[in-house]
Design a protein around this ligand. Structure first.
Ligand SMILES: Cc1cc2nc3c(=O)[nH]c(=O)nc-3n(C[C@H](O)[C@H](O)[C@H](O)COP(=O)(O)OP(=O)(O)OC[C@H]3O[C@@H](n4cnc5c(N)ncnc54)[C@H](O)[C@@H]3O)c2cc1C
Length: 357
């Protein structure tokens, strides 16, 4: 059993301390492991910038987390830093967003959810939050005398190797917080919040920043019939629809679907570019996609230099054929179940290789 988390006891007395609460490790999930490392690296950066001491904490990875009790444990640990407590930073995510308001309430302060950046100034920490669907940013500070409690959403941030190694060492050193329900004197009453089930986000409406599969319509999607086919493909692959700027400018897809320099920066596992030329302004937002599949009728389209799989062809022919192929794959009796992951790989294999580049 880990000792009671006392973040002051972890080093010499320093003027300021940060408490960094990281979600439990989910070893099977590489994305969440990367998110933990990114969070820890950012907490270390802020600690160095503030010349402060950091106390990392996490909680047991159980099926049901008693968030009110956990928040009390976090608040208690945070209070042990006394007046030097500079901030409580919490890894963003479903758990972090449940936890932060409860911790803030226990500490008599407010919660800042989903900060994408933090600046250190002479007057403390300033958090930057995306607002209006990511089109604008807003600076948020805790009121004078109050300790900020904030979740950090660092999607897409990859620390350098050295910083990642330091972050991993910090994580290995994290306190395991115990809630009252796990320790002696556990209350006999059931927790006030019960976890019933976790619903996956709706791919149609999920913020593109978090989308795992993206099907982007460029100007090669010349009419409404083709645009409907793009939506159908996205549904089949359980993906989200993205757009290039002229498509958004023409009002054919909403501006929160825009990807690129002036739109979203995305990090999907699969990025399907349909009738997208591949201008630097657009590609700037797609560089971190794992796999890129593109269809364009122009063999010299720059998008092909950026693609893992490229197909030269007219979308009016390729797209219906691709849909048909994926549906056949989905409906095939043996080994062709309806899982989108399988369909997604079929998307890569659907086209006649003669058209590949
Ligand atoms: C300051 C600035 C910021 C910008 N920011 C962004 C941004 O964030 N995101 C963004 O996307 N753009 C941005 N742009 C615009 C960008 O420069 C490009 O103009 C835009 O990305 C091109 O979009 P597109 O590929 O859909 O269209 P096009 O460049 O017109 O390309 C259409 C492609 O479709 C192909 N095609 C046409 N018909 C078919 C068919 N039937 N079958 C198959 N292929 C077909 C063509 O061969 C062509 O390659 C910005 C521009 C500026 C100046």
């Amino acid at each position: 059993m880990s000792p009671r988390p006392d973040i002051k006891s972890r080093g010499q007395e320093v003027a300021r301390t940060i408490m960094a609460v990281v979600s439990p490790a989910a070893e099977s999930d590489a994305a969440s492991a990367a998110a933990r490392v990114a969070f820890a690296a950012e907490a270390n950066r802020l600690t160095a910038a503030l010349d402060a001491l950091v106390g990392f904490a996490t909680w047991p990875d159980t099926e049901e987390t008693d968030f009110p009790a956990l928040a009390d444990a976090v608040a208690e640990a945070a209070r042990s830093a006394g007046s030097g407590l500079a901030a409580v930073l919490i890894q963003d995510g479903d758990a972090g967003r449940q936890l932060a308001p409860l911790v803030a309430r226990a500490l008599g302060t407010g919660a800042i959810l989903g900060a994408a950046d933090v600046r250190v100034g002479t007057d403390g920490l300033t958090f930057t939050k995306p607002v209006y669907g990511g089109w604008l940013e807003e600076d948020v500070k805790a009121a004078r005398g109050l300790v900020p409690v904030a979740t950090l959403d660092l999607a897409g941030y990859e620390p350098s190797e050295t910083k990642a190694a330091q972050a991993e060492a910090s994580l290995a050193d994290a306190f395991l917080l115990e809630t009252a329900a796990q320790g002696a004197g556990a209350p006999s009453t059931a927790p006030r919040i019960r976890h019933l089930e976790t619903l996956p986000p709706d791919a149609r409406s999920v913020d593109l920043v978090h989308a795992k599969r993206i099907i982007t319509a460029g100007m090669g999607i010349t009419d409404e019939k083709l645009l409907a086919a793009v939506h159908e493909l996205a549904d089949l692959l359980q993906g989200s629809v993205g757009a290039t700027r002229p498509v958004v400018d023409e009002g054919r897809l909403p501006k929160e679907r825009l990807i690129g320099q002036t739109g979203r920066t995305v990090t999907p596992e699969l990025y399907v570019a349909l009738g997208v030329s591949g201008s630097p302004h657009h590609v700037a937002g797609v560089r971190k996609a794992d796999r890129v599949l593109s269809v364009n009728r122009d063999v010299r389209a720059p998008i092909f230099q950026f693609s893992d799989v490229g197909y030269v062809g007219d979308l009016a022919e390729v797209l219906p054929a691709l849909l048909e192929k994926i549906k056949a794959f989905r409906d095939a009796p043996a080994g062709g179940d309806s899982r989108a992951a399988g369909a997604a790989s079929a998307a890569g294999a659907a086209s006649d290789p003669a058209g590949g580049v």
